[in-house]
Write a protein that binds this ligand. Structure first.
Ligand code: 9WN
Length: 429
């Protein structure tokens, strides 16, 4: 739906201009950093969301965002979670810690795949413009290669569920859902110097305990030469994250859409079969008794019965069960009634809830968009609107922050944040 800017109240126009300003300020020439200093490189799913926000005011630049991200793609299809286009020392771990063999330098793990969804969004805004068609056509095989990588390297047994091999790969780094699997992960013996806690209050960031395990995993994979099958076989951390699998399912559907325009008949058939397989895989994460989706620890084979925001993301991925939609919506209403601003990343009455600490409670604009969009697609319009209103109120009250306190609305983490501004432009404002 195209927004009629002239019909918007003037205060919203001011907020939209502020969001555009942030995306321009964080533009480093063809790619957008999530925020200055704290994250000085190009991040995978941040860029996919940024591109959608940018598409509301500059279609060419939106395509450039995805194209620059794919400069980091490996020959096996992996789209790394960070592309180190520039040399900046305000972030740890930098390229030397990853030791990946690619130019431009990159990390060695991925992040939730949103680039097909993003390309479809831009294409829709471009309204049949020929240059956009050509740019989408050129991106299509790269996105297909990424999806083939997820299927081949992160679901080698063809279960329909992919595994993440690092909490960073889930995008929800220190979610309480990873506490159990991280307990079985050794700490690194390397002494390292975190830069994040010099830039942001440590109470809003992951704990040292988690960082020691994050770095252990990076060092392990580097010692395995970033070889997918060896990593899969030897890692102590392997989780079927319901959030990533739901986001992958949505991206797979959007890739299937792109294939109707740019793919072959054989690819369309293959993607349809894979979407069906993903749907089945995701269903195995549903706990009917609890009425919730839980991630599964692929090392122990056991479900992780901790409910986080990720359990609502199958709404974004696409559910074909009205009963599940109703149960998810009822639980989300309960969570929202416990706070001033939703959606929190953990239920405010859960023992793990921590209102300021990153993925253990705070509200994230991208999460609200995914859940809100999913609710609207399933006809739960009032709840979708409630999330959208909360997101807008947070932005107006605290600005475009990295995340927000669900009990007070205080802005937390990095300020002037790109994907928050992008969500404002593409959805909330
Ligand atoms: C590690 C950039 C990224 C987001 C992640 C978020 C955070 C990085 C970090 O910032 O993670 O990838 O160093 O904390 O958790 O979702 O993509 O905004």
């Amino acid at each position: 739906m195209q927004v009629d800017e002239t019909a918007r109240p003037s205060d919203l126009k001011i907020w939209r201009s502020a969001a555009v300003e942030i995306l321009r300020k964080n533009d480093r020439g063809g790619y957008t950093v999530p925020t200055d200093h704290l994250y000085p490189f190009q991040w995978n799913w941040d860029s996919a969301f940024c591109a959608m926000g940018i598409a509301t005011f500059d279609i060419d630049r939106a395509w450039a965002e995805l194209e620059s991200l794919y400069l980091g793609q490996w020959s096996n299809g992996l789209l790394p979670h960070i592309v180190f286009h520039d040399v900046v020392d305000s972030y740890y771990p930098g390229p030397e810690v990853w030791g990946a063999n690619h130019s431009p330098q990159t990390s060695g793990i991925s992040q939730p795949p949103v680039t097909a969804t993003s390309a479809r969004f831009i294409l829709d805004r471009a309204k049949g413009d020929e240059r956009s068609e050509a740019r989408a056509a050129a991106l299509y095989p790269k996105i297909l290669a990424l999806h083939d990588w997820w299927a081949r390297e992160r679901d080698p047994d063809g279960t329909g569920l992919v595994g993440v091999l690092h909490p960073w790969e889930s995008g929800a780094d220190n979610s309480p859902v990873w506490d159990g699997p991280l307990n079985g992960t050794p700490a690194t013996q390397t002494v390292f110097n975190r830069r994040d806690v010099a830039l942001v209050d440590a109470t809003m960031r992951p704990r040292q305990w988690e960082y020691e395990r994050y770095i252990y995993l990076v060092e392990l994979y580097r010692s395995l030469g970033w070889d997918g099958p060896r990593m899969w076989a030897q890692t102590p951390f392997k989780v079927a994250d319901v959030g990533l699998n739901a986001i992958l399912m949505r991206d797979e559907h959007d890739l299937r859409f792109l294939a109707t325009r740019f793919g072959t008949e054989a690819e369309r058939r293959r993607l349809s079969a894979r979407a069906a397989q993903r749907q089945k895989g995701l269903e195995t994460l549903w706990d009917a008794k609890a009425g919730a989706y839980y991630s599964r620890d692929l090392v122990s084979g056991e479900p992780i019965p901790i409910a986080s925001h990720a359990g609502f993301l199958p709404l974004w991925g696409g559910l074909d069960s009205p009963d599940r939609v109703a149960r998810l919506a009822a639980e989300l209403r309960r969570w929202l009634d416990l706070c001033q601003f939703g959606a929190p990343t953990m239920a405010p009455d859960s023992p793990e809830f921590d209102q300021r600490r990153y993925w253990r409670g705070p509200v994230w604009a991208i999460v609200n968009w995914m859940i809100g969009d999913g609710l609207a697609r399933h006809g739960v319009d009032d709840l979708a609107q409630r999330l959208r209103d909360d997101t807008r109120r947070l932005m107006e009250q605290a600005g475009f922050c990295e995340y927000y306190d669900p009990l007070t609305g205080e802005g937390l983490g990095g300020g002037v944040f790109s994907w928050t501004a992008a969500v404002g432009l593409a959805w909330a404002l």
